[in-house]
Design a protein around this ligand. Structure first.
Ligand code: GNR
Ligand code: NI
Length: 170
C-alpha cells in the first residue's frame, strides 16, 4: 500500500484524458487500493487516478462519516442527469480553495466494480456532486474551469506561489 503524490493545478498532466480500463488485473486492483489510501491520507472524499498521474478511468470515494465505506468505480459514466444545484467544492489538486459550482442535481450512473460486475445507481446531493467532480478529472477537467478566467488566474498564481515554498517534511 502506497500513498501516491497528488498533482496540483496547473500541472498539465491534470488535463490529460484517461483511457478506459479493459482488463481488471492485479495492477488495477493495486492502483485502486493506493488511490483509496491516498484519499484517506489527504482527507478527501474522492480521488481520480488522473490526480495521481495515472491516466486510467478509475475513481474512488468514501462519503461515510466513519470513513469505512470505500467505493471503487471503474469506467464510471453518467447515463442521465436532471436539474441543477449549486454546491461549494474543493479539490485535492487545487488545495486551499473552495468555490461554488453549478452541477446536475440528480444523476444516473454506471460503473464496473473490481469484480467486473456492472453497477448502476442514482444519486443526488453530495454523491452526485462527487461523481461528477471525479468523472470530470478523468476528462481533464477541474472544478475551477467553471469559474471566471479571472478567478482561475488568481487561484493559479496563489497555488504556484504556495508550491514554490520549501515543503516542511514531518
Ligand atoms: O475532498 C474533496 N471534497 C469535495 C467537496 C466538494 C465537492 C467535491 C469534492 S472532491 C474532493 C477530493 C477531490 O479532489 N477529488 O477529486
Ligand atoms: Ni478533485
Amino acid at each position: 500500500m502506497t500513498v501516491l503524490t497528488v498533482l496540483h493545478f496547473p500541472d498539465p498532466n491534470l488535463r490529460k484524458k484517461a483511457v478506459a480500463i479493459e482488463v481488471i488485473d492485479a495492477e488495477v486492483k493495486i492502483l485502486a487500493q493506493d488511490l483509496l489510501e491516498t484519499m484517506y491520507a489527504e482527507k478527501g472524499i474522492g480521488l481520480a487516478a488522473t490526480q495521481a498521474n495515472v491516466q486510467r478511468r478509475l475513481i474512488v470515494m468514501d462519503l461515510s462519516e466513519e470513513k469505512n465505506n470505500p467505493v471503487i468505480m471503474i469506467n464510471p459514466e453518467i447515463t442521465a442527469s436532471e436539474g441543477t444545484e449549486e454546491m461549494q467544492e474543493g479539490c485535492l489538486s487545487v488545495p486551499g480553495f473552495y468555490e461554488t459550482v453549478q452541477r446536475s442535481e440528480k444523476i444516473n450512473y454506471h460503473y464496473l466494480d473490481l469484480n467486473g460486475d456492472h453497477i448502476s445507481g442514482t444519486a443526488d446531493g453530495l454523491l452526485a456532486v462527487c461523481v461528477q467532480h471525479e468523472i470530470d478529472h478523468l476528462n481533464g477537467k477541474l472544478f475551477i474551469d467553471y469559474l471566471s478566467p479571472l478567478k482561475r488566474r488568481i487561484i493559479q498564481k496563489k497555488i504556484l506561489k504556495q508550491d514554490k515554498q520549501p515543503q516542511q517534511l514531518l
